[in-house]
Design a protein around this ligand. Structure first.
Ligand code: ADP
Length: 491
């Protein structure tokens, strides 16, 4: 593993306060928290630590904006135009935003700049196009009545997001909410608040009316929980761990808030002996190690057909040797640090556990360097279905290889997890590919590819990987209420 360091310039941090009703303001408590550079463990900035008092103000601002004519009476096409303008402004600042994302999160600048940011812009444009294409139906009811449906914004939405794709999660959440005409109280992850705050600034610059988007940085059990509890919030969209979603579901029961969840995974990535092996090795490697393994859909259980097992393992290990770890802001870097100390410790614990459970650590398994939260790309072979490393979401650069003999044996094993977010199949046999696509319980199945995302394609989980879908037309639905209007024609 080579290290290269010739970093791009660190951007200026401009926004660190809460953004409420179009105003930048410190937390009501006056408290702040530090957001760290995970590559150096140094403080980047102190950020307002919002809590229930700030959420209260944000909900008031969002509710007021929901009723105000500059939003509720705005022509749908003009709402779309503001969203296009926001996408344009992000594109204008794409280099700086990518650098800020890379710095705060630790992801390589090449990924932030060429993967995350283009997807952010595309998602906002995709939903901007939806703003004036949301319409109801006329319903052929019995009798002399005219009946039709209207699709109205669900209201004020609380959006709680994680740190692995900070800006992209903002786009996935704001896109459908704004297109539907909702107003927003967002709680970014405490590890990565900076780009969300910068996007709020750009939203204001784009002309999105004050109060439509409010951002309250802070911690989950305080600011996040206040969003979930607040009676003035109609819907919560949450992305994070299933254990947090369980807490949110219990809390939201009191007010029966609408809920959508995008949660974890332990996705099977299945490689048949008849696959194009070059492609499969590259795809499996990318499918797990991309973003330091911090993807909810990471292909962390790699099922390899017996006949190609040895060659496959050898080739993944060789790829790991070649991988360039280092300063995320260096253009050459392929793998940066994990996002924080807690994630680093959790991953190292799982690596130890894998060894104790009897899996064979073929490559990696150690910390990289002595500063920052870097973990070597790690490969475990000889993993069996029951091992904790095959069942728990590790959320790090740790691949588990499991061997299989045939398709019938494989299917129940691939489905033997509490999760069902994604899966992939590598084969040249089209029948086998479609059969697996039908039988695997997952919200997304990739065939001969991995992590192919598109704003138009719904994404979400079966089982404990989620509730509802994001992206595509399906992603818009949770932000809308259907109202039926029936008019007597002979009254
Ligand atoms: P992760 O391990 O990826 O940080 P979490 O589910 O803990 O996953 O966090 C995802 C988001 O949920 C973060 O913004 C976090 O602050 C927030 N969060 C954590 N706990 C709660 C909670 N009890 N209520 C509401 N939000 C929470």
């Amino acid at each position: 593993m080579a290290t290269i360091t010739h970093p791009v310039r660190r951007p200026q941090v401009r926004q660190t306060d809460c953004f409420i009703g179009g105003q930048w303001q410190p937390a009501q408590s006056g408290q702040t928290f530090a957001t760290l550079d995970p590559a150096t463990e140094e403080v980047i900035a102190e950020v307002a630590e919002g809590d229930a008092a700030d959420v209260e103000l944000a909900v008031r601002a969002a509710r007021e904006a929901l009723e105000r004519s500059d939003w509720s009476r705005l022509d749908a096409r003009d709402r779309g135009r503001l969203m296009y303008r926001l996408a344009d402004l992000i594109e204008e600042e794409i280099d700086e935003l990518a650098a800020l994302e890379s710095w705060d999160n630790g992801k390589p600048i090449r990924d932030a700049r060429h993967v995350d940011l283009p997807l952010v812009v595309d998602c906002l444009r995709y939903y901007a196009g939806y703003a004036d294409k949301i319409h109801g139906q006329t319903i052929p009811v019995r009798g002399n009545y005219f009946s039709y449906t209207r699709r109205e914004p669900v209201g004020v939405v609380g959006q709680i997001i994680p740190w692995n794709f900070p800006m992209l999660m903002v786009a996935w959440k704001w896109g459908p909410a704004l297109a539907a005409g909702c107003t927003i109280v967002m709680k970014p992850a405490e590890q990565t608040p900076l780009t969300c705050l910068r996007m709020a600034r750009l939203a204001q610059k784009a002309g999105i009316p004050d109060g439509v988007i409010n951002v309250v940085p802070g911690y989950g059990p305080t600011a996040g929980a206040a969003v979930v509890r607040h009676p003035g919030i109609d819907k919560v969209a949450f992305t994070g761990e299933h254990t947090t979603a369980q807490i949110i579901m219990r809390e939201a029961a009191t007010s029966l808030k609408r809920l959508t969840f995008e949660l974890g995974g332990k996705s099977p990535n299945i490689v048949f002996a008849d696959a194009d092996l070059d492609q499969a090795v590259r795809g499996a490697h990318f499918g797990l190690y991309f973003n330091q393994g911090q993807c909810c859909c990471a292909g962390s259980r790699v099922f390899v057909e017996e006949a190609i097992h040895d060659e496959f393992v050898e080739r993944i290990a060789a790829e790991n040797q070649r991988r360039r770890l280092g300063d995320p802001l260096s253009a050459e870097t392929e793998q940066g640090p994990q996002v924080d100390r807690a994630q680093f410790d959790k991953i190292m614990k799982y690596i130890d556990l894998g060894k104790q459970e009897g899996a064979v650590c073929v490559s990696g398994g150690k910390r990289f360097g002595d500063r920052g939260y870097f973990v070597e790309p790690t490969l475990f072979d000889g993993v069996t279905d029951e091992m904790r490393i095959a069942q728990d979401e590790i959320f790090g650069p740790v691949m588990s290889v499991l061997t299989f003999r045939d398709l019938d044996e494989l299917v129940p094993r691939a489905n033997k997890t509490i999760y069902g977010l994604a899966a992939a199949v590598w084969t040249r046999d089209i029948g086998k590919a479609h059969r697996l696509a039908r039988e695997i319980k997952a919200g997304t199945v990739w065939v001969n590819c991995y992590d192919v995302f598109d704003a138009a394609a719904p994404f979400g989980g079966f089982k404990m990987s989620g509730m509802g879908r994001e992206l595509g037309e399906e992603g818009l639905r949770p932000y809308l209420e259907t109202k039926t209007v029936t008019v007597a024609l002979d009254a």
